[in-house]
Ligand binder design. Sequence first.
Ligand code: DQA
Length: 166
Amino acid sequence: MKRKHPAKDHNRMTKHSFLVLNGPNLSRLGKREPEIYGCLGLDDINRGLADAFPDITFEFYQSEYEGALLEKLFECEDKGSVDGIILNAGAFTHYSVALRDAISAIRIPVIEVHLSNIYAREEFRRHSVISEVCAGVISGFGSLSYHLGVQALMAKAAEKSSEGKC
Ligand code: DQA
C-alpha cells in the first residue's frame, strides 16, 4: 500500500496530471511487428489520449534506456508533477528489478499497460517483475490499453477522494 504524496490532495484536486511513460522499442510502434502491436505510432497513441481526455494534463515520455525511465519516475515524485502514471515498460517488464524497485520507491500510483496480451505470448513474456508493485495491469487491448489505464487512474483517484465516506 503506497503512502499518499503530500503534494497531492485528491479531495481538492479537480484536474488530473498523468505521465504516459514508454520504455524500449515503443518508439518503433507503427513500423515494428504491426501484426502484434498495431499500425499506430506512439505519437498517434499519445494524440489519441490527449483528444479522448481533454480535461487531463498529460506528460509523454519515452526512452530506450532503463536509467532514463528511473530518473523520470523520481523526477515526478520529487516535483509532485503528476498524480498517476501509465507505464508500458516494454521488455523491461520481464526482467528489470531496478524498475520494479523504482516503482516501489515512489508514492504515485502506476498502472502497467501492454498493447499485446503478454499472457498469450512466449513463456518469457508471461511473467512481469513489476506487476506486484503496480496498482493494476491492463494487457492485450492494443492502444485501448492506454485509454483503459487512464480510466483506471481516474477511478483510483475518485476512490481515494471518497475514502472513509461509505
Ligand atoms: C509490450 C510487451 C513486451 O513483452 C514487449 O517487450 C514490448 C511491448 C506490449 O506493449 O505488448 O516491447 O510491452
